[in-house]
Write a protein of this length. Structure first.
Length: 414
């Protein structure tokens, strides 16, 4: 039997791993004036009661990340995100309301009541978003990270994004969507006590956006519905005539036998090499590229793509044909040969991945590089012809130019 007021009013949720904030820790003066800590320009601050969780977060994002990849645990907006007006005094919640009526308030004896009561005032807006961070899950920590904001602009922006994503979720709601939580500098209208009027000032706000891949999928689905076309069914791969084994360029990670795969590659090296290259050439197109002149934006997109691939296929290893294809595509994009091509490839890999050669790349890094550079329409695995896409030269040359600039100044890649 449930215990009244003990197990009957519990909100279903995993443990809390920590809190993500947009400001510094509060000083004694901040506490005295009942205000948040100083705003961090363009970054977040993560805190946790468990030092090991804090270390795992820092290993993935550093101590002051500017953006994070997050997933939401529940389908509905209200189960992931809440925004209230709250009054806090000396670390104690005095009341929580919707701006007019209290939904929770502290009684004289220190207990709390949920009976409706008029808002007594002195409250400020607070928004809380519960999120799952894949890197913490991979480190073995299951639970939510709570992002907290007291900005009206942040609350409006997050509410609008979440409601839009839930409405377009095709019945799945917000679960399974990768979001990017990030900060952006924006001019906003605010009241100036000294000037006694509203002025426009630049502030670092928080934004939440779904991944480009998810938005593209929603557009494609809506287009099919508008044309009266049925949703495509995923075709089953043809079985191998001799072995009776289903061939697929990226099979499910379950039941993946790495030793068996390596043995098959050794026995049929030529056949496997062609199959791997063909699979690379048939990979789903990468997300749209950023400005061609920005090597750092290119690098960020490549690293995000690699993380996504690593999450989807954690046990996969890159094959030698894939490594060879990386070398070929970088050389073609750079337009160099021989020793010069080797130097360019090493510089490109150092800048993007922090590694010296294609043999050091993991599966996600290898496939992300191939996806960004290859032209699938003009490549022919049977003829063993592989071409780079129209954006590849700009991407590679922008990176190489930045490497040259840094080398001239005696600096290492950031």
């Amino acid at each position: 039997m449930p215990i009244k007021n003990l197990t009957t009013n519990v909100r279903p949720q995993f443990p809390s791993l920590g809190t993500l904030r947009k400001g510094e820790a509060r000083t004694e003066e901040d506490i005295k004036r009942n205000r948040p800590g100083a705003d961090l320009p363009g970054t977040f601050r993560f805190t946790s009661d468990d030092p090991k969780i804090a270390e795992a977060f820092a290993a993935a994002y550093g101590t002051r990340p500017a953006s994070l990849a997050v997933f939401l645990p529940n389908k509905r907006v209200a189960d992931n995100w809440e925004a209230w007006q709250e009054e806090w005094v000396a670390g104690s919640l005095k009341h929580r309301c919707d701006g007019e009526t209290c939904v929770l308030w502290q009684k004289p004896d220190g207990g709390y009541s949920t009976d409706p009561a008029p808002c007594p005032g002195k409250c400020k807006p607070v928004g809380r978003l519960q999120a799952l961070i894949p890197e913490l899950l991979q480190a073995g920590y299951v639970g939510y990270v709570t992002f907290v904001t007291t900005s009206k602009h942040d609350i409006r922006a997050l509410q609008a994004c979440l409601e839009d994503a839930e409405a377009k979720g095709n019945g799945h709601g917000l679960q399974g969507i990768e979001f990017r939580l990030y900060r952006v500098q924006q001019a906003i209208s605010m009241w100036d006590d000294n000037l006694k009027k509203r002025v426009r000032r630049k502030k670092w706000l928080v934004k939440l956006t779904p991944s480009v891949r998810w938005v593209q999928a929603q557009i494609a689905s809506a287009e099919r519905q508008a044309l009266g076309e049925p949703e495509p069914l995923k075709a089953l791969p043809e079985p191998d005539a001799e072995e009776g084994i289903i061939l697929d360029d990226e099979p499910d990670a379950e039941d993946w036998d790495e030793e068996e795969a390596n043995a098959e590659e050794t026995a049929e090296e030529t056949t496997e090499a062609e199959a791997e290259v063909a699979a690379a050439a048939a990979e789903t197109p990468a997300d749209p590229a950023p400005s061609r002149a920005d090597p750092y934006a290119h690098r960020e997109l490549l690293r995000e793509a690699a993380k996504d691939l690593a999450r989807r296929y954690p046990t996969y290893k890159p094959s030698k044909p894939q490594q060879s294809l990386v070398r070929l595509l970088i050389a073609k994009a750079a337009g160099t040969e021989g020793k010069e091509a080797d130097d360019d490839r090493h510089a490109f890999l150092r800048f993007v991945w922090g590694k010296e050669s294609s043999a050091e790349l993991d599966y996600g890094e290898t496939k992300a590089t191939i996806n960004a550079l290859i032209d699938r329409e003009r490549s022919d695995s049977e003829a063993k012809v592989y071409e780079v896409n129209a954006d590849a030269p700009d991407l590679v040359i922008a990176v190489l130019n930045e490497c040259a600039r840094l080398a001239a100044r005696g600096e290492a890649a950031r």
